[in-house]
Structures are given as C-alpha cells and as structure tokens.
Design a binder for this molecule. Structure first.
Ligand code: NAD
Length: 417
C-alpha cells in the first residue's frame, strides 16, 4: 500500500517547494510553477465493436511553455486522472530543463484499459482524442509521444489524424513514430539506453563494478524490457524481473532475449521457464546492487522502503519513489538517481526526432546514439557534482538545477501582461 497522504501531484509540488525555497524564489514563483499553464479535459465517445457506445475521458495538461513548446507522453490506463496527468506534466518540465532540450512540459492521458479494447477501438479512441485536443497541440505548441499503454502505432494514428485535418503531412506533431513516417532511428530504445548509461556511471561512481553487479527490474514494457536487455549486455546479472502480473527470480541471471520471446507469445513474464516465480511485490525488496523501477509511480513508499536492500535505485519510471521513502532510503545510504535524469533518454531522442522532422533531414543510428550518450553522461556528471558540492541528494540537485533554468526563463520573459 502506498503512503496514504502521498499522491503524484502532492509529491511533485513538495519537491518543487523544496527547490524554490533552496533557490530563494519569491512565493509567487512557486505559485506559478505549482500550477499548470493550460489544461483540457475532453469526452471521447467510442463506438465499440458490438455497436454500443461508451464515453471515455481524456486529458492534456501543459505545465509550462516558458522554455519552448510543451512536450510529453500520452498514457492509456484505467488509473489515469487529472491530478496524475498534472504531476507527470510538471515532471516533464523539469526533465526537459535539466537536459536542456528547448521544451516545456506536458502530459496526456485517457482513462481506458487498452487491454480490454480491440485494435480498431483503440484507433477510434486515439483519433477522436486527437481531434478533441487538436486546438492545443502542434509541432510548435505541444508534441505528444508514447507512454504507458501507448506505442508507435498510437503516434502514427495521432500524426495521421492531425495531418488529415490540416490537409498535409506534419510528422513533427508527435515523436516516437514508426520510422516509415518520420520516426528517428534509436528512439524506440532511447529511454532504456539512457537509463543504463546513467546506471553504469552511477555504479562506477559509487565504487561498484558493473560486471560484478546484480540488478532487478520492475516492469517489462517499453522501458523495463530494454533496460534489462542493455544491463545484461553491459555485463550485469539481471536476477529479478516483474510485470503487473507477477515476478521472476534467477540467482544465475535471467536470459532477457528468451524472456522477451516468452512475453511476445503470452503477454506476461509469468510462466517463463528460465526462472523461479515470485510475488511481484518481492522484486523491489531483492538483495541486489541495482534496482530499476520501470513500471508506474508510487511503488516505493513508506511501508516497503525500510525493506529495500538495493544499493542504487535508478528510476526508469516517472515518480516511483514517494518523498517519505526517499528520506528513509537516503538515511540508509541508498543512492537514488531520479526519474527526471534517469529516464530522460526518451525525450532527448524525441527532441532529435522533432529536429529531424522539422528539417526533413535524417540522421544515422550511430549519430543518434552517440549524441544521446553524450547528453545523458553530461547531465549525470552535472547533477552528481552539484549534489556533492551542495550536499544535496541527487534528486534535490537535479530538481534545483531544472527549476533554476525554468525560473530564469520566467524571469527574463517577465510576467504578461
Ligand atoms: P509500458 O506500458 O510499455 O510498460 C509498463 C510495464 O510495467 C508493463 O510491463 C506492465 O506490466 C508493468 N507494470 C504496470 N504496473 C505494474 C506494477 N504495479 N508492478 C509491476 N509492473 C507493473 O510503459 P513504459 O512506456 O515502459 O513506461 C514505464 C514507466 O516509464 C512509466 O512511468 C512511464 O511514464 C516512464 N517513462 C516512459 C518513457 C517512454 O519512452 N516510454 C519515457 C520516460 C519515462
């Protein structure tokens, strides 16, 4: 059970408050930054395959556009609600600022269980949602990307709907598209690759040899699966993996490629023969060097934090650790690389995809990957050094650096009117 008083939005605001106080900001600046610049709630009537009509709710929240167009993913989940979308949009603002990509933060969501709908229904939902939020998205205003429950196909439908309504193809309206319609090489694996670049640097900087280290990964979706694969390729022994249906443990290491084949066939890690089944919750408490939560927010909380044994937590997911858990883990010497740094690889390559789309000039995979690595390691070094010099946690340092950039943009632009 998560902390009773913790919600993603409360957590996001609490961290913003600490950062603005550390920066000595005027309370008015906190008030501006703790609220979203623009929010849109839409009804999505869906004709189901059996001809019945269901009405879903969708959101698009633009937290800040002070540093450039809003940027952020689109989530399909039954748990989506406006406050969660607000928190995720705020985190995107900090992430883009920290990595110095010229965007503000946004997030979208539809309250839907994608597994309970056919592909044709999902296409209708996506096209209707895109039409409903069309007035506020565009390559110069707000650029969606995939998140939990959405994928390249979702982005293709969004791009097509937007383009059909405008009368010509506009690939730069979304990122995370299929390569055939203007996606970037390296985008699909970019978040996971970035997570592992930072995890390797953090292991080494904390005196741990990756080749002798063990890891556990929560979530086997777009982020977790790639993170497990890249960690395995870097020589780590991935001993635990879980998804929403259950977990796996193998002290000798799990064969990630084989597990991938099993998941492609069955839709879950459960039933994989190359490891022992475990309760999904136990995965977070495994005795490993590196823990990568790459599923959903709020999974590391006040109740389970005292039992977490990992030396290093690298947040593949957004908001997996509550502030109360942060304090408990920090007191025990556990190093946490925060989401706004650790999972920023996706938005970095989204930025590259947008740049390529705007210029209609495509880069090679090596160029994308080397630029990604350079940006991730540069940001890691900056946050690590700043944390050390100011005696802050990595999360505190990353948030302060990010908020400082956004505050500067607000101050130099001035308060309109
Ligand atoms: P996804 O839908 O592709 O995969 C999610 C995975 O998490 C699935 O394997 C699912 O079974 C599992 N899961 C869900 N609830 C769980 C639970 N309670 N316990 C264990 N496993 C659970 O989503 P994704 O795109 O991989 O996103 C995962 C996280 O990473 C989210 O927090 C998302 O916001 C964040 N993120 C994603 C990207 C991206 O590029 N996709 C970029 C930055 C951050």
């Amino acid at each position: 059970m998560a902390d009773p008083i913790s919600t993603p939005l409360k957590d996001a605001r609490a961290r913003l408050k600490e950062a603005t106080e550390l920066l000595g900001c005027d309370p008015g600046m906190y008030a501006v930054l703790s609220n979203a610049a623009r929010e849109l709630t839409v009804s999505i009537p869906l004709r189901r395959d059996d001809d019945s009509v269901e009405v879903l709710t969708g959101y698009r929240v633009q937290h800040s556009v002070a540093r450039g167009p809003a940027k952020g993913g689109l989530r399909y989940s039954p748990h989506v609600n406006l406050d969660e979308v607000r928190a995720l949009a705020m985190w995107m603002t900090w992430k883009c600022a920290l990595l110095d990509v010229p965007y503000g933060g946004a997030k979208g969501g539809v309250t839907i269980d994608p597994r309970a709908h056919s592909e044709r229904e999902l296409e209708r939902v996506t096209r209707r949602y895109t039409s409903a939020i069309m007035p506020i998205i565009g390559p110069e205003t707000d650029i969606p990307a995939p998140d939990v429950g959405t994928n390249e196909q979702t982005m293709a439908w969004m791009m097509d709907t937007y383009s059909m309504n405008k009368g010509y193809s506009i690939p730069a309206v979304v990122t995370g598209k299929p390569i055939s319609i203007g996606g970037s090489l390296g985008r699909a694996t970019s978040t996971s690759e970035g997570v592992v670049h930072v995890a390797l640097a953090a292991l080494r900087d904390n005196g741990l040899d990756p080749a002798k280290s063990t890891a556990a990964v929560q979530g086997f979706g777009k982020v977790g699966r790639g993170a497990a694969q890249f960690a395995f390729e870097a020589g780590l022994k991935v001993v635990g993996i879980s998804d929403e249906f259950g977990g796996l443990f193998n002290p000798n290491g799990i064969d990630i490629a084989k597990l991938g084949e099993h998941v492609d066939k069955t839709g879950s890690v459960v039933g994989f023969k190359g490891a022992e089944p475990i309760d999904g919750h136990d995965l977070l408490e495994m005795d490993v060097d590196l823990l990568i939560p790459a599923a959903v927010e709020g999974v590391i909380h006040e109740q389970n934090a005292p039992r977490i044994k990992a030396k290093l937590i690298v947040e593949g997911a957004n908001g997996p650790t509550t502030p109360a858990a942060d304090k408990i883990l920090e007191a025990r010497g556990c190093v946490i690389v925060p989401d706004i740094l650790a999972n920023a690889g996706g938005v970095i390559v989204s930025y590259f995809e947008w740049v390529q789309g705007n210029q209609a000039y495509w880069w090679g995979k090596d160029e994308v990957e080397s630029k990604l690595e350079e940006r991730m390691l540069g940001a890691w070094a900056k946050v690590h050094d700043f944390a050390k010099s100011k005696k802050l946690s990595l999360r505190g340092a990353a948030t302060v650096l990010a908020v400082q950039r956004v505050v500067e943009a607000h101050e130099i632009r001035g308060l309109y009117p």
